[in-house]
Write a protein that binds this ligand. Structure first.
Ligand code: FAD
Length: 364
């Protein structure tokens, strides 16, 4: 790797909702794209992780996509077209957005490692090396699927896969499938796969279904809980663990079809299936881990941002600033791990980081 590095004030790592929102605000503040700031994105196309989501995830079945700042989704797609695939619609919107604001996004560029060099950061990628004064990290979670360890996992002769690898229910026809997890993705896959084959559903805790609509106040309360956790340096935890699962019409219909038969977690994996503590066994062909994702932050390891418990102490107006090093912001992490949260956090991170670095924006 060359010692020569392109010098930039702020590097945004990741070009999903969080990275684009941050870039928009840096642009609005008058920072010069390509020198004052730039975005490095590993994905082949605009769209962040949305471009990789399974085909049956449509604009109707996602929770809700909040508009990026400054340009509405409706400018690209009629919001009434709810049957369109999220993996097509959202990337089209992000692409138009990048063009509208001429955001300097370089892709595909994977950031391999970030380390300190004097009062700057050295950002090593699979292509060039960059030198930055500040970092806004917006790398999401899609690249860090989480699978808990259960004894015997390595002995299983069937197929193990994660939400990350799910494409279509038809691929499971004729197979016996076990789904692990109590989140929204687990339920969507249970709904789809149970229409083509037999499915066993296990969760660690009984899932908590919320009666009634999820109000904006509920949203704010959930975000406040996660924000408090990261300010204390705890691992953020998933949003569903805070909000519970909405009892949507789709979930009600699943209950009526008799597929919401949750079993407790098994205690071990056998070569042919799973076994519970009481000795009961089930043979399965596929174990589908819908067990969530963690933040994709491995490239920041040399910065030593984590506490011994694995959490990161966060500070700043919307808890995007890393307390140990205020020149690093994490957007799309913890309380901002949603499309609306990423929007707001991008603005806060851009403003606070520019202030920390003493950059004088040309425009207010
Ligand atoms: C199945 C599913 C459905 C969801 N539905 C909703 C919903 O309906 N509403 C909602 O608000 N939220 C939803 N979420 C959460 C939502 O996707 C996120 O909060 C938001 O879109 C994430 O944006 P992001 O920019 O943080 O991450 P991403 O969209 O993951 O973007 C991160 C980008 O960073 C890039 N990157 C990663 N590592 C590197 C690296 N080392 N170097 C360079 N680039 C890198 C990635 O390639 C990617 O392009 C959903 C999540 C999942 C998994």
């Amino acid at each position: 790797m060359s010692n020569l590095a392109y010098k930039i004030d702020i590097i945004v790592i990741g070009g999903g909702q969080a990275g684009l929102s941050s870039a928009y605000h840096l642009h609005q503040m008058g920072l010069q794209g390509g020198k004052g700031y730039l975005v490095l994105d590993k994905s082949p196309r605009p769209g962040g992780a949305w471009q990789f989501r399974w085909p049956s995830l449509t604009m109707k079945t996602i929770n809700r996509l909040h508009d990026l700042p400054g340009m509405g989704f409706a400018e690209v797609l009629d919001p009434g077209q709810t049957e369109v695939r999220a993996a097509e619609a959202v990337p089209a919107y992000f692409e138009a957005y990048e063009q509208r604001f001429q955001l300097p996004v370089y892709r595909p560029v994977t950031v391999r490692v970030v380390c300190r060099r004097g009062d700057r950061f050295r950002v090593e990628t699979d292509q060039e090396t960059f030198s930055a004064r500040g970092i806004i990290n917006a790398t999401g979670t899609w690249d860090a699927p989480q699978i808990p360890y259960y004894p015997g996992r390595e002995l299983f002769r069937g197929r193990q896969m994660h939400t990350h690898d799910y494409r279509t229910a038809d691929a499971f026809a004729g197979k016996r499938v076990l789904i692990v997890g109590a989140g929204i993705s687990a339920l969507q896959m249970l709904d789809e796969i149970s229409r083509v084959t037999e499915v066993i559903w296990v969760t660690r805790r009984p899932p908590e279904f919320r009666a009634g609509d999820f109000t904006p106040e509920d949203g704010r309360a959930a975000v406040a809980i996660v924000e408090e956790r990261v300010r204390q340096g705890l691992i953020p935890g998933s949003v569903v663990s805070v909000t519970g699962l909405p009892m949507t019409p789709a979930i009600r219909a699943m209950r009526e079809r008799g597929v919401l038969n949750r079993l407790p977690m098994f205690s071990e994996i056998t070569p042919t299936g799973v076994r519970w503590a009481d000795g009961r066994e089930e043979a399965v062909d596929v174990i589908l881990w819908a067990t969530g994702f963690r933040s994709a932050l491995d490239h920041l390891a040399p910065l030593d941002l984590r506490e011994p418990n694995g959490g990161i102490v966060m500070a700043g107006r919307l808890a995007t600033q890393v307390a140990k090093d205020p020149r690093v912001h994490l957007v799309g992490y913890g309380p901002s791990a949603s499309t609306i949260g990423a929007n707001r956090a991008g603005g806060a991170a851009a403003q606070e980081l520019a202030r920390t670095l003493g950059l004088t924006p040309a425009r207010p």
